[in-house]
Design a protein around this ligand. Sequence first.
Ligand code: IVH
Length: 677
Amino acid sequence: MTMNQMEAAVRIAQLSKELDEHNYRYYVINQPVISDREFDLLLEELIRLEIQFPELLLPDSPSQRVGGTVTREFKTVVHKYPMLSLGNTYSEEELRDFNERIIKLIPDEPVQYICEHKFDGVAIGLTYIKGKFAYAVTRGDGIQGDDVSANVRTIRSVPLQIHAANCPDEFEIRGEIILPHSAFERMNEERADIGESPFANPRNAAAGTLKLQDSAEVARRKLDCYLYALYGKELPFSTHEEALNAASAWGFKVSNDRRICQSIDDVLGYIRHWDQARLHLPFDTDGVVIKVNHFLQQEELGYTAKSPRWAIAYKFKAQSASTLLRSVSYQVGRTGAITPVANLDPVQLAGTTVKRASLHNADQILKLGLHEGDTVWVEKGGEIIPKITGTEPAKRKPDAQAIHFIEVCPECGTRLIRQEGEAQHYCPNSSGCPPQIKGRIEHFTARKAMNIDGLGSETVDLLVDKGLVRDIADLYSLKKSDLLALERFAEKSATNLIQGIEDSRSVPFERVLFAIGIRFVGDTVARKLARHFLSMESLIQADKAALLEAPEVGEKIADSIQAFFADPMRKKLVDRLQEAGLCMAIDPGEAPKRVSDRLAGKVLVITGTFEQHSRDEYKQIIEEHGGKNGSGVTGKTDYLIAGKDCGPSKLDKAAKLGVKVISEVQFLDLVGLATAD
Ligand code: IVH
């Protein structure tokens, strides 16, 4: 069906409203009424219309949740209302003192409290103007923070538009951006998979994610946002409770665990309950925030220099237990990274039995001063794996030996290495060490990589142990008869696996690039590399400068790519995969489209920052018009496109070599994209 613009506008508005409603049901109140598939169909229809009628695409469209904006530098914004902190208490006594102070200041009326979770994340202020999300600012120093709007837009539970009629023209709502445990665990697994060090806790992970420059990556990480305070001129509420109820009715995620308490004893009851119950929440909390409910009373109590007198945070003590260290074992990952693990006498902690705790690396063992048979303290936050926080040297036997990190690989006996500046030890025997071989095959066959069904870790173990498969390329010479000879396989399972391997030959290049397992090259980086270099061959040929020109690639990734292909064994492996018929270049349908020949045969170099498009977009535009992207200014360069703040070195070189320097606008003019104004 073709639509005119008016019809499209009506349909876009209707789809946006419906999608907002479904987002709200799914991400805010956890009561979806349609399937993911149905949701995707509505979203696809919206995106199609917005592509067809680009003038109808609005910044608060539900299609904008996937991100895509690249922020080079976060703008500093001064808070309209300073972002204060809260006084902390750690005991019942201190809390009773807080209550006494308040009663003294407001002696003639009853004081009602409202208790909430103290969310353990990153504080954020969201400003809405005329019912639309305007911008989001981090706490910063409390006076001014960073504008992280592009990233916050990707958080599905943050409404981009408020459909309720009764919300004020302008207001700010504050809350906490958190990473739920499930998203945190998944993210750390992915990081370990590509040899990145894991985030220590969900708060650090949320903070790191919020400061990413690529909002599309933020969208994938599944942040969430709970709100707990409204600010604005003449808001029509007399209590904090009313304000939160209104915020909830406008579509914000406000925790339902908030409670009105009539006395400090009620407050203590709430605290006691959540001290335990919080361990079952899907996110981290580190305490309870207690606020005076009535705004008039809040005003009367006022503020100290740093925090309100009408609120306080009660911090929970970390859950800890003491037990005995039985032994330390060492796990070998697919990248060869060695992770020490403490095996403990089983101990009850926060509702579960703990038998193992992560020790991270050699430095951690040294820092703890760990000895054999030590009495150790284990603590558990929201993370699944508890950590050891200390030892009790006084209980140590006099002859107890200090734990020394192993020197050779526990799996293959190879001497371990530890690179300068790295915390982790590695087993360098990548081609002969069984867990590394198996880990690489598992990574290769995983859903996000080659997606080969029927190759779970047990099957991989079996194929490797039986000598049928030694590396990922061997998979492509497996025959059905090989499988049928193994006890585990019957006709059907063998046929399925062979078919799965066969099907993987058509998996797109970007996933092949991820699957081969270059350290630090996760699925996102692989996708960007594939689009930038277009083929394995040009990636292999790229020198360091060319690698650094690619989006997302810094020193660490560039070095890792070069080291990978410099290894003759790995290079050979890639050749064998090519012989097996895997996709080693981007599908021409996905390659940059050719828009004109205006830059045919020209080499252009870009430097500095730009206003109208990102650097990546400029690189794409250059290719679309037949030009080539050069990495540095040389005699072959035709144009240097100089943006703002470009360093002098490229300009000097251009001047010396007589290379023409053009501005952003001149470039856009050159390719016919300059706007009239
Ligand atoms: S109210 C005037 N409520 O804790 C203070 N803060 O230590 C307004 N936090 O910066 C803050 N959960 O980042 C408030 N339910 C909650 C909270 C909460 C977590 C954080 C917030 C604040 C810090 C203060």
